[in-house]
Every structure is written in structure tokens, then in C-alpha cells.
Design a protein around this ligand. Structure first.
Ligand code: ACO
Length: 431
């Protein structure tokens, strides 16, 4: 816990209380209210946690005003440019960039766990073929708890480590199998001579009847998408994982809870919703109509892929993603892709519009990611599962940090009760 150097004063009914202020390495300091209820008898009120730090963490930092995202101190644009997904996984999990031997050892361990227990293949068959792949992922990831009994004890650091490696290794296999199942094709087993991103692409797009050559540029773009989504501090799904596992729930069940939260269109589901919106707009001449709708208080429509709870400046991941979209579409010879044209023009018009400027609404990571994924051949329903594959390492890093914290308590928010006062039960004939 950070050191205390200052304090804040709270006056209630003429009585003054001192609240310690804890110092952050970067970003706002926090007022420590842990003893507030015991000492003062009041709660604080912050639905949506807009001003509440739920934990202290050393993993990821975001400066929303500056548009800065860093993992363990390294800015995301440098990691996206110079590193790769498994190295970023190591950084998030263990706190520092690995040496060559540490990286090789980590990659070997992940690679050795990419297969799923064969019995799990039969579980897929219980789902309808038209299931959303996220629905399948929620079920399959939760079901890992029924297959890997030797990594369920959260109090055993070795079992936590085994569960960590298993989830990072198996998540692409599960996502690819969910995809294959929904398109009615045979499952493709992982290949351990391929890197993480290439293996995922192959498991999604290879068929038994034809060879599948992974294009290195597409594989690099896939790896970048994984890297850019790897962690994002205490977002909704990560907070869900922390809250779920604070009860002592096993790691697989806790990560399944994160997948559920990620699915929503205000969070990970935004990439699917964004591409669907861009396609619905269809041509640049229809953009003003949609911008008008997004600004209308009486219309629930929002520009998907725009705005962020924390970023009040460009999402640094969106910049890299836009560059990647240009590269991938050029490689595939579809630079004149109409969806990309609509996206670019929509971004331009929104950023010139006073509504978006004054509310500091900028494109977020999801604005361009869907265009890349579609160009690679993924249907929109696979966008959020791919996000889940990437974010698994973030969820696990935050989970490991929480479990190892000696101050761990079950998460239990309080409330401002506004319901009926105490009253006596009335028999049904007297109501
Ligand atoms: N389009 C139009 N107006 C918007 C948008 C948008 N995309 N986003 C925010 N606003 C407006 C709100 O109507 C609100 O206006 P008001 O102050 O006049 O009431 C104001 O901007 C602030 O918005 P909030 O909803 O209070 O901001 P919050 O921080 O709660 O929401 C969120 C952030 C959920 C991301 C929101 O911007 C949104 O719904 N965006 C679209 C969905 C999306 O792209 N989600 C992906 C997030 S990134 C990720 O999860 C990877």
C-alpha cells in the first residue's frame, strides 16, 4: 500500500474527521476511507465507480487526459511496435520484460498446454450450431474447472501458476473451436511449431482438405490485436474477475465471469456493434444522419467505437489499430474497402463536431479493430471472443495480484437504501 503523507478533512454535523491520503506513483492520489463507516457511520456513494479506486495495483496505468496507456511502465505504442503478445503476457504476469531464456521457457510452457482435454470436444456438441461463440466460451471456460482439478486451489501458488499457463494456452483453442462449431467445420488441433497468433489463425481457417499457409503480415496484425487488448487496468470485466474471485472462486470460473461482462456492447461487444453500425451507415453521405441521431438525447443510439470512461483524448490503441487497418487492407489489396472509407469519414466528421469535441469523445480501440478482423475473414460474432482471448492475460495478472495480497477481503459494496421503511406483514385477504 502506498505511503500516507497528507490527509483530507471531512466535517459531518460539526464534527471533523481526518482521512489519510495515499500517494500514487502516477495519476490521482486516493482518500483512504476504509475506516469511514466504523469511525463516522456513513458510506460513500459512487454508482459506476467514477471516483473510486477499488484496489492498489502495479500492473497497468492509464492517463486518460494525455491518452497514455502503459503496462509495468512501458507505453503501449512501444510494446505494439517492438514486442509481441507472449512477451507482453510475461511482462504483465511477472512484472518485467523477460530475458531470452525466460521468454523461451515461458513460450514452451504455454505451447505445451494448447490442447484441450479430448472429452471437452463432446461438450461443444451440446450447444446449438447457431449459438453465439461468446455463449460457448462462457460455458467452455467455466467447464475447465471440471477438467483440471489439479489447478483449482487458489491458495497454492504452484496451482495458480499452472492455471495461468493453461488459460493463456487454451483460450485461443477454445475460441477457434467455438468458431469452427458454429460454421459446421471440423475442429483443428493446435500446432506447437507455430507462434501464438499464427496458430490461432490456422485453428480458425484451416480445413482438412487443403493446406493453410499463415500469411506473416496477417499473423503480425493478429498478434498486435492481441497485444493492444491485453490489459486495461480496472475495467468492468477485470473488476468482475476480481470481485468474483474475491470469494475464493476457482480461477477458471472467475475468468468465465469476466467473459460474461466483456460480452456487453458497452465493453468488449462494442467491436461487433461498431462494425455492424459502419455497415448499416453504408456510404459516407449517410454519416450526418447518424451523427445527428448520436447527438439526440431522445434517441438511444450512440456512435459505437466512440467515447471511453477513462480516455478523454485519443485512445492510444486506436492510433495503432488505424495504422494496422491500413497495412492489412493494403496487403489484401482492398484499400478502397467501403467500410474503412465510412469509418475514416465518420471519425473526421465526429472530431469536427462540437458535441463530440466538447464531451471529449474520441475513437476507442474498437473503432478500427473490426475492420481488420473482417478483412482477415472473421465474422462479427468472433470479434468479442478474440477480445476475450487477448484480455485473459490481463484478467489473470490482476487476479494473481489480488490473491497474493495479504489484505484480500471479499468484495462487498454497500448501498444507499431508498426502499420502504420497516412495516408489518399484511395477510393476503386484507391487502
Ligand atoms: N455517442 C454519442 N454520445 C456519447 C457516446 C457515444 N458513443 N459516448 C458518450 N456519449 C455522451 C453521453 O450521452 C453523455 O452525454 P451527456 O453528458 O449529455 O449525458 C456523455 O457523452 C458522457 O457519456 P457517459 O455514458 O456518461 O460516459 P461513460 O464514461 O459512462 O461511458 C462508454 C463510456 C460506455 C464507453 C460510452 O462512451 C459508450 O457507450 N460508447 C459507445 C460504446 C463503445 O464504444 N464501447 C467500447 C468502450 S472501449 C472497450 O470496452 C474496449
Amino acid at each position: 500500500m502506498a505511503e500516507t503523507t497528507r490527509s483530507a478533512k471531512l466535517t459531518i454535523d460539526g464534527k471533523e474527521y481526518d482521512l489519510p491520503i495515499l500517494t500514487a506513483t502516477a495519476g490521482p492520489d486516493v482518500i483512504d476511507i476504509r475506516k469511514l463507516y466504523a469511525d463516522v457511520g456513513v458510506f460513500t456513494y459512487d454508482p459506476g465507480f467514477t471516483s473510486t479506486a477499488s484496489c492498489d495495483s502495479t500492473i497497468t496505468f492509464i492517463d486518460g487526459e494525455e491518452g497514455l496507456l502503459m503496462h509495468r511502465g512501458y507505453p503501449i505504442d512501444q510494446l505494439a511496435e517492438k514486442s509481441h503478445f507472449l512477451e507482453v503476457c510475461y511482462l504483465l504476469l511477472y512484472g518485467d520484460l523477460p530475458s531470452t531464456t525466460q521468454l523461451e521457457d515461458f513460450e514452451d510452457r504455454v505451447t505445451a498446454h494448447t490442447m484441450l482435454h479430448e472429452q471437452m470436444h463432446f461438450l461443444f456438441r451440446g450447444f446449438r450450431r447457431d449459438s453465439h461463440p461468446m455463449a460457448i466460451m462462457v460455458g467452455m471456460v467455466g467447464a475447465l474447472s471440471a477438467f483440471y482439478h489439479d489447478s483449482l486451489d487458489i491458495n497454492d501458488p504452484w496451482q495458480r501458476e499452472v492455471a495461468t499457463i493453461r488459460m493463456i494456452a487454451k483460450m485461443p483453442t477454445i475460441a477457434a473451436m467455438a468458431y469452427k462449431y458454429t460454421v459446421g467445420q471440423p475442429f483443428v488441433y493446435p500446432r506447437n511449431d507455430l507462434d501464438y497468433a499464427s496458430n490461432f489463425l490456422r485453428m480458425c481457417f484451416a480445413v482438412p482438405t487443403a493446406d493453410y499457409e499463415v500469411n506473416p503480415i496477417l499473423s503480425r496484425a493478429m498478434d498486435r490485436i492481441f497485444t493492444l487488448h491485453a490489459d486495461h487496468e480496472q475495467n468492468a470485466s477485470t473488476s468482475t474477475v476480481r470481485l468474483a474471485s474475491s470469494s475464493g472462486a476457482n480461477p477458471f470460473a472467475s475468468i468465465a465471469a469476466g467473459i460474461v461482462c466483456l460480452w456487453g456492447p458497452a465493453h468488449g461487444g462494442a467491436n461487433q456493434a461498431c462494425l455492424e453500425m459502419l455497415k448499416e451507415i453504408g456510404t459516407p453521405d449517410r454519416i450526418p444522419e447518424y451523427i445527428k441521431r448520436a447527438k439526440d438525447k431522445n434517441d438511444p443510439f450512440r456512435l459505437m467505437g466512440f467515447g471511453h470512461r477513462v480516455y478523454k483524448n485519443f485512445d492510444p490503441r486506436a492510433k495503432v489499430m488505424k495504422q494496422s487497418a491500413d497495412e492489412v487492407l493494403e496487403l489484401l489489396g482492398i484499400e478502397d474497402n467501403p467500410t474503412l472509407q465510412v469509418a475514416k469519414e465518420l471519425e473526421k466528421q465526429a472530431l469536427e463536431d462540437d458535441y463530440f469535441v466538447s464531451k471529449k469523445l474520441f475513437p476507442n480501440v474498437d473503432f478500427y479493430s473490426g475492420i481488420i478482423l473482417e478483412a482477415m475473414g472473421f465474422p462479427t460474432s468472433m470479434f468479442t471472443p478474440i477480445f476475450a482471448v487477448s484480455r485473459t492475460v490481463g484478467w489473470i495478472s490482476q487476479w494473481k495480484e489480488m490473491i497474493a495480497d495479504p489484505q484480500l477481503k471479499i468484495g462487498r459494496p454497500r448501498q444507499l437504501y431508498k426502499g420502504a421503511e420497516l412495516r408489518d406483514y399484511v395477510d393476503i385477504e386484507n391487502r
